[in-house]
Ligand binder design. Structure first.
Ligand code: TPP
Ligand code: MG
Length: 552
């Protein structure tokens, strides 16, 4: 056999990934991963070559969430790895399964400029790191990385020295069985009848019940069961921010519970005497440690009820079960009641009230972000996928009541800005037949604006809506409330339409909201991607900011 036809270790490593069912990989190449990546592409994997390693991992996060599968990214050693220090903790906290192929510096060199001890960097983020230094075992180690990512729902980074990757393969001819064939196939966990009986007794004794669903309820397919429970309990429905839209068409849904609660939600949560949290970890952001429902007893329905989370007691009562099975059993055990919190009046209040009715004096020529969102809600087609980013503006963008949960994505457990564009790319890759709309702030978009080029090159179908207040709005309003100078947080309105055109995308500064239906139709017909820049007033503050940082 001629030497060039013999497989190298990187060939086998690429095959080991391919047989795990990997179809999309977000990549940025360097010496330590490029041969492997070229071979993975040769195995038929769709490669999305981004312009910053952070964006490779952040895109893989959104891809994992949207496809309910493992997200895949690859980066080179040293400076490739150090770029991941913001994306990895975000993936860990959002419990997203990822497998990341990282190169490592060559073992044969006494000194190598890109060498750095990668393991402590990665493990400090909460991700797992595995050094693969024994070529013959590498296919099994790859398989085990997929087992671990799937079981533990967290990122697993594998590091392979690139001189080992370049060696001729001398191991076994057959690859081990892929992880899917080995992982236990478990059925949803039913609740214990004693727990159901005591939970039903508690709910029967309550008069103002709210059923609050989180992503666990979404994953378990518990939406319809939650609606039925709330109806039988005569109560209302709500969701966490990531699960928003699960009850979008239910007349008794009061919207998001937490930092993004609309006006009616705040009012009714205050009156609630019982909250049933379904598939929801009751993180601090989801209820301010109970401040939003000061009178309510809490029952948590979850496969892993916590009792205490993020330093707060979150639920005194627990029903351990799969979200759907637990809620169905509770509904069945609940006696029918005569008294009902629900009324036509409440449904009308929910239907007719604005998320925030506060009046503000707006500077001439500027838009009210709330009106921008209302106009987009009207104009954007229902089948388009929505991605919400961070910053102050994300409050407004989250208030789009007609949009269902399966068309919405936000990942913000680490509180980092700058991820919107990557998340939109991840969704576009997972849903290639859909148009994706990213709602972002000017500061956040600017942090990784280079990815506009990736969007164009790969023909991803993304409309970016920028809520441009010419500033890090969150910081401006917080500094102002403390009487501090705001210089470091104000930048002025840069020309995002021009920036977009420079990257080869369409760009538009939108000044008149009644233009939106025409612009949407033109965009839909264009088949390309675009950035729309909305200059919004800095005077309009979200209710959350007004509460937490009263202005002077
Ligand atoms: C990576 C990172 N750096 C800094 C921050 C602090 N921070 C939080 S919100 C924000 C402002 C974001 O500005 P923009 O995207 O324009 O949204 P706005 O608040 O103006 O609506 C900043 C800098 C952060 N959360 N994450
Ligand atoms: Mg801003």
């Amino acid at each position: 056999m001629k030497s060039e036809t013999k497989p190298h270790v990187y060939d086998i490593l690429a095959q080991a990934f391919a047989q795990e069912g990997v179809t999309t990989c977000f990549a940025l190449l360097g010496d330590a991963n490029m041969n492997w990546a070229a071979r993975l592409a040769g195995n038929g994997c769709r490669m999305i070559y981004v312009r910053h390693e952070h964006c490779a991992v952040a895109s893989a996060m959104a891809y994992a969430r949207k496809s309910a599968d493992v997200g895949i990214a690859t980066i080179t050693c040293g400076p490739g790895v150090t770029q991941l220090m913001t994306a990895l903790p975000a993936a860990v906290r959002a419990r997203l399964p990822l497998v990341i192929f990282a190169g490592e510096a060559p073992l044969k060199s006494g000194w190598y400029n890109q060498e750095i001890d990668q393991a402590p960097l990665i493990t400090a983020t909460g991700a797992a790191y595995h050094r693969l230094h024994m070529p013959e075992r590498m296919p099994v180690a790859v398989r085990d990385a997929f087992v671990q990512a799937r079981r533990e729902r967290r990122p697993v980074v594998i590091g392979v020295p690139f001189d080992l990757q370049a060696r001729p393969w001398t191991g076994a001819a057959d690859l081990p069985k892929p992880s899917r064939e080995l992982l236990p196939r478990t059925s949803p966990m039913p609740p214990h009848p004693d727990d159901v009986a005591s939970a039903a007794k508690l709910v029967a004794g309550a008069s103002r019940v709210v059923v609050l669903a989180g992503l666990g309820a979404v994953e378990a397919g518990a939406g319809a069961a939650c609606r039925a429970l709330a109806a039988k309990a005569g109560g209302l429905l709500s969701t966490t921010l990531p699960a928003r839209g699960l009850f979008h068409d239910d007349p008794f849904c009061i919207g998001i519970s937490g930092s993004f609660t609309p006006e009616v939600g705040l009012e009714y949560l205050k009156e609630a005497d019982f909250v049933i949290a379904v598939g929801c970890s009751l993180a601090l952001h989801a209820g301010g440690g109970g401040q939003l429902w000061p009178k309510a007893k809490m029952l948590q329905v979850d496969i892993d009820p916590v009792g205490v989370n993020q330093g707060q007691e979150v639920a005194r009562h627990h029903l351990r079960a799969d979200a759907r099975l637990g809620v169905e059993a509770l509904t069945a055990a609940l006696p029918s009641r005569n008294e009902n919190w629900r009324s036509d009046e409440i449904a009308a209040r929910i239907r007719d009230s604005k998320p925030d009715s506060q009046a503000f004096e707006i500077e001439p020529g500027m838009l009210d972000p709330r009106r921008v969102v209302e106009a987009l809600e009207e104009a954007l087609p229902q089948e388009w996928e929505m991605v919400n980013s961070g910053g102050h503006c994300s409050w407004f963008f989250a208030q789009m009541p007609s949009r269902p949960q399966e068309k919405f994505l936000t990942i913000r457990e680490f509180g980092a800005i700058g991820n919107g564009i990557s998340f939109a790319m991840g969704v576009a890759a997972a849903r290639p037949d859909r148009t994706v709309v990213l709602f972002d702030g000017d500061g956040s978009l600017m942090m990784h604006v280079q990815e506009l080029e990736t969007i164009r090159r790969h023909g991803l179908r993304i409309l970016i809506v920028v809520m441009n207040d010419g500033a890090y709005g969150s910081e401006v309003h917080k500094l102002r409330s403390e009487g501090m100078p705001e210089d470091g947080a104000v930048f002025g309105y840069c020309d995002f339409a021009g920036i977009a055109r420079g990257f080869g995308l369409a760009g538009k500064t939108v000044k008149e909201l009644d233009e939106l239906p025409r612009l949407v139709a033109e965009f839909a017909a264009s088949g390309g991607s675009a950035v729309w820049d909305f200059h919004v007033s800095e005077k309009v503050l979200s209710p959350t900011l007004r509460r937490a940082h009263p202005q002077r």
